[in-house]
Design a protein. Structure first.
Length: 177
């Protein structure tokens, strides 16, 4: 899938929505679905079947030279973003529902997400305190890198438990259009 996406994402970068490009280049089931959708949309809008990178480049060239096709690609990408946000929200809801089901069944596995969340947030707090309590010139580069990674993990923990308000806001905005 990636060889087909590279010419499409590279050439259409000025009109691609960042969420679509980021999701298509990621890994996992959602990335696969978004990638397939991106190739399908370009193929459908241009009328060129895409099975090789050369065909993808030809389809992109056709879209770039026709303003109507380019506008249609942009409109359909909005639909992809809504679908991507829906998939992401459903995935997060499924994870929360699984934790609830495990807890209701009395499984000790149900403590996995809360324990990992607590460890991540506690470690984030400790490293943040250590970095901020250092004198300005004495901040350890490794601690700063660790803080960056832990910030990402802490954000994921919050998104898992309370959802992504940014994703919801973007979805609501696109649905209103």
């Amino acid at each position: 899938m990636l060889p087909l996406l590279i010419p499409i994402l590279t050439a259409l970068a000025p009109v691609l929505l960042p969420e679509v490009a980021k999701a298509a280049l990621g890994t996992g089931e959602t990335a696969q679905k978004v990638g397939e959708a991106a190739v399908s949309v370009v193929s459908k809008v241009t009328g060129i079947p895409i099975t090789t990178p050369a065909e993808a480049e030809r389809a992109v060239a056709a879209a770039q030279t026709d303003p109507a096709k380019l506008a249609e690609l942009y409109r359909q990408q909005g639909d992809q973003v809504v679908a991507l946000l829906r998939l992401d929200n459903e995935d997060r809801a499924d994870a929360r529902a699984q934790t609830v089901q495990l807890a209701q069944a009395g499984s000790r596995i149900s403590w996995g997400a809360p324990v990992v969340s607590t460890i991540v947030l506690a470690t984030f707090g400790i490293v943040l305190y250590r970095v901020l309590s250092q004198p300005a010139g004495a901040i350890d580069q490794n601690a700063t890198l660790m803080l960056g990674a832990l910030t990402t993990m802490a954000s994921a923990v919050v998104s898992y438990w309370v959802g992504s308000s940014a994703g919801s806001a973007a979805k609501d905005k696109l649905l209103r259009k």
